[in-house]
Design a protein around this ligand. Structure first.
Ligand code: GAL
Length: 315
């Protein structure tokens, strides 16, 4: 019996993320901006997992707010390098700044795990022990389109033979915004539907901007609007308010789509206030990022990419 217990306990230790305290690495983390709903969930889970599940002492982990300012974030990264951290987990303000970081980190022998904002393929081909952990944004766009296709009227409420849509984009420097914008519509055209883009503007992932843009589009195009695609849920929350203010009803005369599956949006999908969203798995992504960081800090060579799947969320 004792033997079985001992084996079981050994298995449990192996199954959880666990690092001996004496070896605990020093980890530098910077998030593009703390004022982002999704990245707040991600950051909190990342730190919780590293401390509670992996046993990294909190004092070994530094988490900085990039404040959506690349110059400020670059200083934070320089400070991590000067401080000789064992590994960095970086959510870049501008993914185009990844190349400079990869070169500096490589020169200092510090591995890097990029998260959430995918560097270009060209930058990913540079030398160094670094990787990208994320989700393929093409998938989330396609899933948004598929949610529209699953409806009986396929998104054509006004019966003009086309899906007349409004597109509220995230920060267009970010591939998540580019791909979700492209692939949501591509799913419709691939299925043979006619689409009509009424309005497309950047809302920078922000709820207030999402509301303002949706209100503008609804004022300008009125009942012509069949579908509002938002590149994320925060902007969809804003757009929902604009839809209500315009006297429109989701599911009856308009569709509303987001991405992330924030708890309040999943609730809205259940209540029919949103047509659908797509789970952007911050738990899977943060755990994968932490695991990769700990491996790299222990001297392992990273793969280039670690992918986590999106999941469609409908009623
Ligand atoms: C996306 C997410 C957005 C926003 C953005 C920041 O993946 O869907 O809500 O957090 O990342 O880069």
């Amino acid at each position: 019996m004792k033997k079985i217990l001992a084996i079981l306990m050994a298995m449990m230790i192996l199954a959880t993320c666990s690092v001996a305290m004496a070896d605990a690495p020093k980890i530098g983390i910077t998030i593009y901006q703390f004022a982002d709903n999704f990245m707040t969930l991600y950051r909190e889970e990342l730190v919780r997992y590293l401390t509670e599940d992996c046993g990294i002492p909190a004092e070994n982990i530094t988490v900085m707010d990039g404040k959506n300012d690349q110059a400020e974030q670059s200083n934070q990264i320089d400070a991590f390098i000067a401080d000789n951290v064992d590994v960095m987990i970086l959510n870049m303000v501008q993914s185009s700044s990844a190349a400079a970081v990869i070169q500096k980190a490589d020169a200092a022998g510090i591995p890097v795990v990029f998260i959430n904002r995918e560097p270009s393929a060209e930058d990913m081909a540079l030398n160094g022990n670094f990787c990208y952990v994320g989700a393929d944004a093409r998938q989330s766009g396609t899933m948004q389109g598929n949610i529209v296709l699953a409806a009986e009227n396929k998104g054509d409420f006004n019966g003009n033979g086309a899906v007349d849509y409004v597109m509220i984009m995230g920060d267009p420097e970010n591939v998540d915004a580019q791909y979700r914008t492209e692939f949501s519509v591509k799913a419709l055209t691939d299925a043979g539907l006619t689409v009509n883009e009424l309005f497309k503007q950047r809302g920078d992932w922000d709820q207030t901007k999402g509301q303002e843009l949706a209100a503008t589009a609804l004022t300008q195009f009125g009942n012509d609007v069949d579908v509002i695609f938002c590149n994320n849920d925060a902007m969809a929350l804003g757009a929902y308010q604009a839809i209500v203010d315009a006297g429109r009803v989701v599911g009856e005369d308009i569709m509303l789509l987001g991405v992330d599956a924030l708890a309040e949006c999943v609730e809205m999908v259940n209540e029919g206030k949103m047509t659908g969203t797509v789970l952007n798995d911050h738990v899977g992504q943060s755990h994968t990022a932490a695991d990769a960081a700990l491996k790299a800090a222990a001297g392992e060579t990273l793969e280039k990419y670690y992918w986590v799947d999106y999941v469609m969320v409908t009623k």
